[in-house]
Unconditional design. Structure first.
Length: 223
């Protein structure tokens, strides 16, 4: 595949790799970097041998989706034009790093990426000053997540079985969804409804939260 790409991809704008059982992404990352200068969209699914995406460097890439690569542990990106990032069902992913800021990134989805450490979220928020939407579901290791961002408008956090503390300081968030957080502390919701934590007109959907936490939530709303 690397040889084929090097011959026929100077105009390539979109690439989809699905169920390439013998394909190791780390072996073609450099080929894509050098031979697909106009690539804007990359979708990778079920490349089961891939353990690392060591450095995907693209000046043109705007949309990146990686899903169901069951051995993928590391993703390293240098894509300054990236606008949408979706990481889904990467059950052993432990590291996501950006080599440079992503000033155009507006949507970031971590869905069923159970092993992503909690330190990843502040890093993403710092590198993406215009981020509008953040989704984190299915994380099984984070006990604390801090989300502080001036421009974020949509926040979804759910099915995080060990999450105890959620710090939110996002004054422009207008819609938040919190669900299936069985050990979330009451103080997290108290903080969320404090002045300037979220937008004054924020709509919050809550489900699967401990009963004692919900009681505090009702009190805070009433104030």
């Amino acid at each position: 595949i690397p040889g084929m790409l090097s011959l026929c991809t100077p105009q390539l704008a979109k690439l989809t790799l699905v169920s390439c059982a013998l394909l190791d992404l780390s072996s073609i990352a450099q080929t894509l970097n050098e031979c697909a200068p106009r690539l804007q969209s990359l979708h990778v699914s079920q490349c089961i041998l891939t353990r690392k995406l060591p450095l995907l460097a693209s000046e043109s890439l705007k949309h990146l989706s990686v899903e169901k690569c069951e051995k993928l542990e590391l993703v390293n990106l240098s894509c300054p034009q990236l606008a949408q990032l979706t990481l889904q069902s990467l059950t052993v992913l432990r590291s996501l790093t950006f080599e440079q800021p992503v000033p155009n990134l507006q949507e970031c989805i971590f869905e069923s990426c159970g092993m992503i450490p909690q330190s990843v979220f502040p890093s993403v928020l710092h590198m993406a000053p215009l981020l509008r939407s953040l989704v984190c579901t299915g994380n099984v290791c984070a006990s604390e997540i801090a989300v502080a961002h001036a421009n974020l408008e949509l926040l979804i956090v759910g099915n995080c079985q060990r999450l105890q503390t959620l710090h939110i300081t996002c004054p422009n968030v207008r819609h938040a969804q919190l669900f299936q957080l069985p050990v979330l502390h009451a103080s997290s919701l108290s903080e969320m409804f404090a002045p300037n934590a979220v937008h004054a007109d924020c709509v919050v959907d809550i489900a699967g939260i401990p009963a004692d936490t919900m009681c505090v939530d009702v009190c805070v709303r009433a104030l």
